[in-house]
Design a binder for this molecule. Structure first.
Ligand SMILES: C[S@@+](CC[C@H](N)C(=O)[O-])C[C@H]1O[C@@H](n2cnc3c(N)ncnc32)[C@H](O)[C@@H]1O
Length: 242
């Protein structure tokens, strides 16, 4: 027997998710993302062992969701430049910061606007001449709570604990918040990790720290076909301006 209101259940569930309400979309915004892997740019052999790139489809997904043509997109941990390259190919303007000199030079060589990729340090973000952005899409360097190398200087400095990592993340994203347009969004792709049986709740801790400077809107779960905890899924944490 059909209960009263039963036929409206999917619509009520859709409406209960604020993301679906505010976008005014007829289709629900998916929480679990199953996106094709791969990149149009073929990495030179010297970089292939360290290929931790976003898939082009991930960048396309969030550009479609949060930006329109002409908008400014920023990645403070630009890596091999996927955010900037896909932004340019979709008619957005990409900017980024990357501390690795070889990576930065490689990305500059592929961009239509090489000067938009700064070889620098995102901890000093406000010192650079960067425009305000509409979307910050990024994945910071990861760390386990038992690690003691500083990932913000390419793991070269020892004696840098997990608490220092989270403090630095807080400082970087409070600078990001100041460069954001009022209707802008920040998307941080990150995983929880497991090392020698110990779980580091990296994604949740980063969500907690960044929530102190930006408004947390929820997460999308990026499902991957790799095997193992920390590799088979990650979280895309979504923030807006408070
Ligand atoms: C997870 S990777 C990003 C990969 C990127 N999403 C891509 O598609 O290629 C993180 C990057 O942050 C860079 N990085 C780490 N500390 C940094 C800092 N203080 N300033 C700028 N970049 C930094 C690393 O060199 C690394 O390339």
């Amino acid at each position: 027997m059909k209960r009263r209101g039963q036929s409206a259940l999917p619509e009520r569930l859709r409406y209960s998710n604020k993301a679906n309400r505010t976008t005014g979309q007829a289709k629900a915004v998916p929480t679990y993302l199953h996106l094709a892997r791969g990149n149009q740019a073929v990495l030179p052999p010297e970089f292939r062992r360290e290929d931790g790139r976003f898939s082009d489809t991930l960048v396309e997904f969030f550009l479609n969701e949060f930006t329109k043509a002409g908008d400014i997109v920023f990645d403070p941990f630009a890596g091999y430049g996927t955010t900037l390259l896909v932004s340019e190919s979709m008619g957005r303007t990409g900017y980024g910061i990357e501390q690795g000199g070889k990576k930065a030079k490689y990305v500059q060589g592929l961009l239509e606007h090489p000067g938009h990729l700064i070889h620098g340090d995102s901890r000093k973000l406000l010192e650079y001449d960067l425009p305000n952005f509409d979307l910050c899409l990024t994945s910071p360097p990861y760390t386990n709570k038992s690690d003691d190398e500083n990932p913000f200087v390419d793991y070269r400095q020892k004696g840098f604990g997990y608490g220092s990592y989270l403090e630095e993340i807080g400082r970087i994203f409070s600078q990001v918040a100041r460069k954001m347009n009022p209707s802008g969004h920040v998307v941080i792709e990150i995983s929880n990790l497991k090392k020698k049986g110990e779980v580091t709740t990296l994604a949740w801790d980063v969500a907690g720290v960044v929530s102190q400077v930006l408004r947390f809107e929820g997460e999308r779960v990026l499902c991957r076909d790799e095997y193992g905890y920390g590799y088979d899924h990650s979280y895309c944490l979504i923030f807006s301006k408070p």
